[in-house]
Design a protein around this ligand. Sequence first.
Ligand code: NAI
Ligand code: SOE
Length: 380
Amino acid sequence: MGPLNVAMIGEGFMGRTHSNAWGQVAKFFKPPQKPVKHTVFGMEAEHPEIFAENWGWQNFSTNWEQTIENPEINLVDIVTPNFMHTPPALKALEVGKPVSCEKPIAATLDQARDMAMTAKAKGIPTFVWFNYRRAPAVAFAHQLVKSGALGKIRHVRASYLQDWGGEETPFAWRFKKELAGSGAHGDLNAHIIDMTRFVTGEEITEVAGAIAETFVKRRPIPGTDQFGEVTVDDTVLFLARFSGGAVASFEAARQATGNSNRNQFEINGTLGSLKFDFERMNELQYYDARLPRGVQGWSTILCTHGADHPYVGNWWPDGHLIGYEHCFTNMAYDIIRVLNGLEPTVPVPDFFDAYQTQRVLEAALRSAENRCPVALADVN
Ligand code: NAI
Ligand code: SOE
């Protein structure tokens, strides 16, 4: 088996996390195939040669189509802004190559459907980097729910709160609908929709009561005295129903002062409950209602025990905490496993799975716009 030659399209924030993951995975895990950082694409003005040198990519390119066509490339990894996911993904599928793509899968539902259906029709493996599934505490939550530890799920409460979106924050692609699709909604709600679908193992069947707001309507364009018009939301909240009957609430915000990256969920079942907060990502809160009433209480599980908690056995000894970047390396490991016909540690979302999350995003936007409930069966 030869190496897995990766071409990465884009070199921003996620370009750094993915470069790190492809570089670390064979050091800490024993993947069935070794990845090689073959080529990174960056825009000419970004000087991809500097990025390539810094992050250990063998080649750099300023032409993403040629990069994808290169017969030496076995996996196309997309880390561009949301509007630039579909063109390289479809190009890769056209030439028969597996693709891993950042979240949300696309800027629009039409693009997401196109990607999902094309991948399905061609039978080519695809992956979407919903990296929080790969925090050991979240993967363990998925396993606990699957084992029946929570009983029947009744409530899901999820929120993803950030606070970087003040008035002084400059204009960027994230504030433009044609480029981003939506604002905090596609950026943050996408993660918690994915995480709660993953942990509960259930699908969202209805969205209701959605509310969207843009507080800052124009932002300074860096290096000019101009302002750019903001055409996406700063916050979106909505209610939902899951297929097993649970009711749910979701909140995404960029101006929730004091919350840097507070990605959290709470799941209440008939036999127990779970709570997760990414700002304490090594911990999972668990309440076991099967214990005698007198000793019931929330316990804090430090998910660093390799024998019981997914992924961490490949990192450090018990109690030696891991961080944000480890989730990406854990994901790279599972991508390589799937490409080699092996089961992932816990399920990896493919384009079809991420399209289901995009349907929920779209349902919430329609609910907010029309002030009405939206059945997922009507959003395809
Ligand atoms: P960024 O703005 O830091 O980098 C984007 C890169 O894409 C640029 O550096 C450039 O190389 C490339 N690019 C930009 N415009 C382009 C164009 N018109 N044509 C071709 N290439 C272009 O963005 P960031 O934060 O890295 O986000 C990229 C993607 O990753 C987005 O889809 C975002 O939602 C996702 N993301 C996911 C995270 C996660 O936790 N999984 C965290 C942050 C971002
Ligand atoms: C910015 O809001 C951002 O980088 C998102 O794009 C990511 O998806 C999220 O995980 C962290 O915050």
